[in-house]
Design a protein around this ligand. Structure first.
Ligand code: PAF
Length: 282
């Protein structure tokens, strides 16, 4: 596996792969790899000839009061995981090369960024869309892969790829969960043992929502109340939102008359976690 820090070197590796008719699969990450990432890498490995992964903790997607400065980093362990998962090239650029002095271009996917996490993290999706477009421009992959835990991110990026005619296939894969259902996330590493226990209530709450839906409940406020009741039993959990939205527009819905997204954001102590589940009639 090659570890590349230089943007031009990365561009030339990708360009020669394309000239050789190699299919490039790209997985962007912020590192501190967990099973969710390695699952994506293993799937990506099977889909193309050149598997590229980036690790870049993207300053501009963090708000001023968020965890950029303490975001977990362990590049040596990440390199081992990436190598094991069959990554060919790990792109690990420097912040000053990605955002040099004078940098001033940002990408806004207007409506899709507004609901859900966009309500609580102003500017976050501009930061995400900007870095993802930059990385896609550097790598110019055939396929880009994202996880479904960050569902709003996935929808925003899908729209951006389509709106800007990037001609890249976007694939997504389901959330990877720990033994008690907690969605794999780099931020889980911040949790104390007590918080980690409480964090399992997020998945429990999603399952409650699913159960109510399966039992025939279609009124969103009743499902949301049931979900909130589970979360509110845990005193370490403070709910940011529980929402049910249209899967494509991410607009709130009030009666479930189509496939819908049940999404939660909550703080466990100081750690903000998100998770979701799709409600589909069986
Ligand atoms: O999901 C992430 O890890 C990040 O938001 C991404 C897509 C790598 C952009 O920084």
């Amino acid at each position: 596996m090659r570890v590349v820090e230089d943007i031009k070197e990365m561009q030339s590796i990708a360009a020669s792969a394309r000239e050789d008719d190699k299919k490039i699969v790209f997985i962007p990450t912020m590192g501190y790899l967990h099973e969710g990432h390695t699952g994506l890498l293993k799937r990506g490995r099977k889909l193309g000839d050149l598997l590229l992964m980036s690790i870049f903790v993207n300053t501009i997607q963090f708000g001023p009061a968020e965890d950029y400065k303490t975001y977990p980093i362990d590049i040596e362990t990440d390199i081992k995981h990436a190598e094991k998962a069959g990554v060919d090239v790990l792109f690990h650029p420097d912040k000053d090369k990605i955002y040099p002095e004078g940098y001033q271009t940002f990408v806004e996917v207007r409506h899709l960024q507004r609901n859900l996490c966009g309500l609580f993290r102003p500017g976050h999706f501009v930061g995400v869309a900007t870095i993802v477009l930059k990385l896609l421009n550097i790598v110019r992959p055939h396929i880009a892969i994202f996880g479904e835990k960050d569902y709003q991110q996935l929808v925003v990026i899908r729209r951006m790829i389509s709106d800007l005619n990037l001609g890249i296939d976007l694939l997504s894969f389901p959330i990877v969960r720990e033994h008690d259902g907690l969605a794999a996330s780099s931020r889980n590493s911040y949790l104390t043992p007590r918080e980690r226990k409480s964090a399992a209530s997020i998945y429990k709450a999603l399952c409650k929502g699913h159960e109510l839906f399966e039992d025939g409940e279609r009124e969103v406020r009743h499902i949301i109340n049931g979900v909130r009741r589970i979360l509110e039993k845990e005193h370490l959990v403070s709910v940011e939102y529980v929402k049910i939205c249209d899967l494509d527009t991410l607009e709130d819905i009030y009666d479930i008359d189509r496939i819908a997204l049940l999404a939660i954001a909550a703080k466990i102590g100081r750690v903000r976690l998100i998770d979701n589940l799709i409600l589909v009639s069986s």
